[in-house]
Design a protein around this ligand. Structure first.
Ligand SMILES: NC(=O)c1ccc[n+]([C@@H]2O[C@H](COP(=O)([O-])OP(=O)(O)OC[C@H]3O[C@@H](n4cnc5c(N)ncnc54)[C@H](O)[C@@H]3O)[C@@H](O)[C@H]2O)c1
Length: 260
């Protein structure tokens, strides 16, 4: 398994999908796991440490939108762990009414964490290389008209991660990049959902759509993310739906040729 004996960082690891990813990494033999999150979840962190007494669990309270703070956080993690092999960027929010914050956390946060991590993971800088997994969503692929702001940040994450998941960059850095796009998952993210959408007149339709969706658990999604870590396919984009994970066939749209 790609994560056995490895050092990992999980953003958004205090709750929801991120907490399950951190838990499963430890259960499956990761040596050291650092959790970066805005929130404390002391009860879960105590349980996590108690369940894995021989592994290191580091908790850092930090906002992924804070670029300087995230840079300092990675410096601290590398000082403590020695190196980083895996990063799973999960932290994200849903609040389409707060456009700035959604951009800064969902898109900015992924960029801050990815770009800080790769300084230390890059083989050219003395790192070990490794794998960075970024959390998008199925709504970053297929537009969902009720959540355009959130959807746009998730679409941006796919493009950002695919740009980095380029084999020329891999030859130099030894780092692979993968995007995961889960479908609806039962977590706290969509609490008070209709208060956070920009078109309240669509709330009835929104409820109907949400009711119809087949929802998976955070544990299922985390299990699929760990299977993606094992595949290590650079630049790949995976959909995680109905507890299953499958890669997308993405073909180049832009040829660069002139049309008559
Ligand atoms: N729940 C779903 O249906 C679903 C589907 C597809 C993708 N996602 C994505 O999965 C990720 C996790 O979502 P979830 O459903 O587990 O939500 P969640 O709200 O249960 O967990 C999100 C975690 O991220 C943390 N976080 C939020 N903002 C942060 C910040 N600025 N800095 C650091 N940590 C921060 C939270 O404190 C929380 O621990 C998000 O990126 C979300 O967009 C969720």
């Amino acid at each position: 398994m790609a994560y056995r004996g490895k050092n990992a960082v999980v953003t958004g690891g205090a709750g929801g999908i991120g907490l399950q990813v951190a838990r499963q990494l430890l259960s499956n033999g990761a040596a050291k796991v650092a959790i970066i999150d805005l929130q404390d979840n002391l009860e879960e962190f105590v349980k996590l440490r108690a369940a894995h007494p021989t592994q290191s669990v580091m908790i850092i309270k930090m906002d992924v939108a804070n670029r300087k703070g995230i840079e300092a956080t990675y410096e601290e993690i590398v000082k403590t762990f020695g190196s980083i092999d895996i990063v799973v960027n999960v932290a994200g929010i849903f609040n389409d009414k707060d456009v700035q914050r959604t951009l800064l956390v969902n898109l900015g946060g992924i960029m801050n964490s990815t770009l800080s991590a790769l300084q230390y993971m890059n083989k050219e800088n003395g790192g070990n290389g490794g794998l960075i997994v970024n959390m998008s969503s199925v709504v970053g692929l297929d537009p969902m008209f009720i959540i355009p702001v959130y959807g746009a940040t998730k679409a941006g994450i796919i493009n950002f991660t695919r740009c980095l998941g380029n084999d020329q960059f891999y030859q130099r850095s030894g780092i692979k990049f993968v995007t995961v796009c889960p479908g609806a998952t039962m977590t706290d993210m969509f609490t008070n959902f209709t208060e956070k959408i920009i078109f309240p007149e669509t709330s009835d339709e929104t409820y109907k759509i949400l009711d119809r969706l087949n929802k998976q658990s955070a544990t299922d999604v985390a299990r699929c993310i760990l299977s993606v870590l094992d595949k290590e396919k650079n630049g790949a984009v995976y959909v995680i739906e109905g507890k299953r994970v499958f890669p997308l066939e993405l073909k180049q749209q832009w040829t660069g040729k002139e049309h008559a």
